[in-house]
Design a protein around this ligand. Structure first.
Ligand code: GCU
Length: 604
């Protein structure tokens, strides 16, 4: 209650000072095509495990004197117990765990400080945009707390028009990656809790009234129509907006309504986007003299019985799961170059699909996949034992889903929005996820909605998916580890699968661990021989599943997890990668490559 009251007081005080206090503003999409100033680089930092920079010794929020004030500690006659002007820096973007050895396991608050020069332009508005911060961010501009954001993998922005001044400005961000039971994800996950300002920080300068958001895709009910909408932000919401797709000779002059929203639809015969020919069209969106461009593809996606239909043709999803962890460096990935290493490995394996686990990856991962002809399963981290009855937890999950769809709804290669991974059955979970699925379809009626559920052995040797959630999903997608967590690889030979629902089946995880180069018996865990044999038998088992529409083995590359403790074998790495943390392809990689090449021929 105190905090809310403090916020109202702050709002009042600041508004009386004639400036607008920034609040988290609706997401501005397609940042790369806007007028931007990068704030990436080396930021000063203070590690603050006891929250000393935000709370007093009675654990009450500091009214002043917190680290957000960013006061230089020069006058030694005054007592001050923090100082940013040291050599303690961290690179932004990037996780702190792999930048400084003492932060490898750190879970807590790190304060980041950036002082930057700015030239106020009276004809512009300016926004502060974070592509992601894991997990909770509280942001201060020139000593004023302007807002906070919760969620480690989705973008957020604040309007800071009127808060920035000519010359030097101070930006301070309190980043807290502590795991919490009520959070999304909750306290238990099988990946490293990389903390920090893990993606880019940007100032966006716009006209007073600009296009904040838009959607342009094929109409769900008619593949010969391109439809969409634009959303203006500002105080002249009736400004004409021009949408052009020059190659299709499409120009739409739109007059938004009183809320700045305008929809359109236009007959068109675009070349459809396909994995074999990932055709993208240049789209120009103009309001006044501000032109924004995007590259957008057009395709249809639907299911027919147990088939996935892309542009009217059945497709098999030759996929692989990927964590957002850079190859070789093995820290949170954030750049186009790092994304391309992972995606090109997937292409080399014969993939036309990737499951971006278990959270929204950086925007370039999706955009580069789109250019490479790779379809995407996009997921939010509703993972394992979420607090299903906590309303704040649901609000958090829904906000992450909304922000994910808002950011990527124009990426034609995303075909499935995933709302969960391996969540335990129960009425509260079913209600929570049904609400999320409804929200996803509300935000985007075109794409499919899925979740990674779990298989069940209904009787010895007979597997099925027995999950009430499957009725709400468009696909029967589940993880199964027959031969790893469930018996030895030989069990794959004597297992059959049965499904009651006629929906496409996607096996969203399977596989087992191997340390690259470790050789041994076929039943010796963590040898490449075991992993290869498991993959051979798994593929043979899959060939016996009627209605199988796709597979995404777990996982492309070994990745860090605190749950993996076998010394000299795991060493904090989950070794289920088909490629090692050093980029070495294991024997099982080639089993998948061979099968996917067969499937490519079969589904030509
Ligand atoms: C689970 C989970 C993954 C995890 C994997 C494993 O299915 O979805 O996040 O890493 O199994 O145990 O390796």
């Amino acid at each position: 209650m105190k905090k809310k009251f403090r916020k109202v007081l702050l709002l009042l005080a600041v508004s009386m000072a004639g400036v607008t206090l920034a609040e988290t503003t609706p997401q501005i999409i397609n940042v790369e095509s806007r007028q931007t100033i990068s704030l990436d680089g080396l930021w000063k930092t203070i590690v603050d495990p006891f929250e000393n920079g935000y709370y007093d010794y009675r654990r009450l929020p500091l009214k002043k004197g917190g680290y957000g004030d960013d006061v230089e500690y020069t006058d030694k006659t005054k007592l001050q117990e923090y100082d940013f002007a040291t050599d303690r820096t961290l690179f932004v973007p990037g996780d702190w765990n792999t930048q400084r050895p003492e932060l490898y396991y750190y879970e807590g608050t790190v304060w980041y400080r950036n002082r930057f020069q700015y030239q106020v332009k009276n004809d512009k508005r300016v926004f502060l945009h974070f592509a992601a911060v894991n997990y909770e961010a509280i942001v201060f501009v020139n000593g004023k707390e302007i807002g906070q954001h919760i969620g480690g993998f989705t973008p957020f922005n604040f309007e800071v028009t009127g808060l920035l001044k000519n010359g030097e400005n101070s930006l301070v961000v309190k980043v807290d990656n502590k795991r919490k039971f009520e959070a999304v994800p909750t306290v238990n996950s099988d990946w490293w809790n990389y903390g920090g300002i893990t993606r880019q920080v940007t100032l966006i300068e716009t006209q007073k009234t600009f296009v904040r958001d838009y959607y342009i895709q094929l109409k769900k009910t008619d593949k010969n129509i391109i439809n969409g909408w634009v959303q203006l932000d500002g105080n002249q919401l009736n400004k004409t907006v021009k949408v052009e797709i020059p190659e299709l000779k499409i120009t739409q002059q739109l007059t938004p309504d009183a809320k700045g929203y305008a929809a359109f639809e236009v007959k068109a015969k675009p070349t459809f986007w396909t994995p074999e020919n990932p055709k993208l069209y240049k789209v120009n969106i103009t309001v006044s003299d501000e032109v924004m461009t995007d590259e957008i593809g057009f395709r249809t996606i639907e299911t027919k019985g147990n088939q996935i239909i892309l542009n009217g043709k059945q497709v098999f999803l030759r996929g692989v799961c990927i964590h957002e962890e850079a190859a070789f460096r093995n820290g949170r990935a954030y750049s186009k170059e790092e994304d391309l290493v992972l995606l090109n490995w997937a292409k080399e394996m014969g993939c036309n699909f990737v499951r971006l686990a278990h959270y929204p990856h950086n925007e370039q991962m999706v955009r580069q996949a789109e250019r490479l002809g790779i379809m995407v399963w996009s997921e939010i981290p509703v993972y394992w034992t979420i607090q299903w009855t906590n309303p704040d937890t649901y609000k958090n999950a829904e906000a992450q889903l909304t922000d994910n769809i808002t950011r990527d709804k124009n990426r034609t290669n995303i075909i499935i929005w995933s709302i969960a991974n391996e969540t335990p059955h129960g009425a509260a979970r079913l209600d929570f996820l049904t609400r999320l699925a409804t929200k996803a379809r509300e935000l985007d009626p075109v794409r499919l909605v899925g979740a990674a559920m779990e298989k069940e052995e209904v009787k010895p040797g007979l597997m099925t998916l027995n999950d009430e959630l499957s009725k709400v999903m468009d696909v029967l997608s589940f993880n199964q580890y027959v031969g790893w967590y469930d018996g030895l690889p030989e069990k794959c030979d004597r297992v059959n699968w049965t499904f009651t629902e006629q929906k496409p089946i996607i096996i969203t995880e399977f596989g087992g661990g191997a340390l690259y180069g470790l050789r041994g018996g076929l039943t010796e865990h963590f040898t490449e021989d075991y992993q290869e044999d498991l993959y051979i038998r798994s593929v043979n088992m899959f060939k016996r599943i009627p209605g199988l529409a796709g597979t995404t083995p777990w996982i492309l590359k070994d990745f860090r997890s605190p749950r993996r403790q076998v010394r000299d074998v795991q060493d904090d790495f989950n070794r289920k990668g088909l490629i090692s943390d050093k980029g070495q392809k294991k024997k099982a990689f080639f089993v998948m490559k061979k099968w996917y090449n067969e499937l490519k021929e079969q589904y030509k």
